[in-house]
Design a protein around this ligand. Structure first.
Ligand code: DGL
Length: 274
């Protein structure tokens, strides 16, 4: 890997990937970051594989044009449906969040039984089931299509969201009881869901541990790039953090601040077509 400042491109259909960027900034503060939220074409989670792959590949091309040396696909739906297409399309290493999420589940579970909440497209792809199966785990997946719009609306501590979560989780637990499995781990299989983590933990039995793949992804990127956990800048230049969105930059700044946990000063609007 190059010895100067690494440019890490982080991509999501919207704001959720900022939870992954947040973990990356904590672990690898010395890198430069280029974040793209394809907000004009969100949600990916309700679209077909062909459409998600087309959107994700054009987004990956944009990040490579911006000099990204390494791509983090911080979107579960794009990782589940388009990782191979992205890898085929760009000349830089690409990591997705499904593998890292499954690794984190494997590290966390004692019973080997895992629950996954994700978008409809991610669940339909069964990417999590397959990744869990490869690691000797059993997984039950639940599509939770109402959660992304509720988070986008900022309805995190809202009675409607609490009720929707209660219904989804009771259906998921019912399904796992019918399958006679003993889950002790629940994977947040969508990068929007970490914002609902406290609500989800409140609604689950205490025996089930909630994990998201953001920290596991950051750890895997750090291991792959062999970068020091230091904000020292090898080439002496200031670090750059650039943010791009395909729809309202005002909305991105306001909502993005909540996901990133720090203010986003500037967002550039770009057009990736339809
Ligand atoms: N970021 C997407 C994911 O992690 C969810 C939002 C969408 O549906 O585009 O699956």
């Amino acid at each position: 890997m190059k010895s100067g400042n690494m440019n890490i491109g982080v991509f999501d259909s919207g704001f959720g990937g900022l939870t992954v960027l947040r973990a990356l900034l904590e672990r690898l503060p010395g890198a430069n970051y280029i974040y793209l939220g394809d907000t004009a074409r969100l949600p990916y989670g309700a679209k077909s594989q062909a459409t998600v792959a087309r959107y994700a590949v054009s987004s990956a091309h944009f990040l490579v044009e911006q000099q990204a040396d390494y791509l983090v696909i911080a979107c579960n739906t794009a990782s589940a449906l388009a990782l191979d297409a992205i890898r085929d399309a760009v000349p830089v290493p690409v990591i997705g969040v499904i593998e890292t999420g499954a690794n984190a589940a494997q590290a966390a579970t004692e019973t080997g039984d895992v629950l996954v909440m994700a978008t409809a497209a991610t669940v339909d792809s069964h990417a999590y089931s397959a990744a869990c199966h490869e690691r000797g785990l059993r997984a039950i997946e639940k599509a939770c299509p109402l959660l992304v719009p509720l988070v986008e609306e900022g309805w995190v501590d809202h009675p409607v969201t609490e009720e929707v979560l209660r219904i989804y989780l009771s259906e998921l637990l019912e399904e796992s009881a019918q399958a006679a499995i003993r889950p002790d781990t629940l994977v947040l299989g969508c990068t929007h869901y970490p914002l609902l983590r406290t609500n989800i933990e409140r609604a689950l039995p205490a025996s089930i541990r909630v994990i998201d793949s953001a920290e596991a992804t950051a750890a895997q990127v750090a291991a792959a790039l062999c970068l020091p956990n230091s904000s020292d800048n090898p080439d002496g230049n200031p670090h750059t953090r650039r943010f791009y969105a395909t729809d309202s930059v005002t909305k991105f700044r306001i909502l993005g601040t909540r996901f990133l946990g720090q203010a986003i000063a500037h967002v550039e609007l770009i057009d990736l077509g339809g």
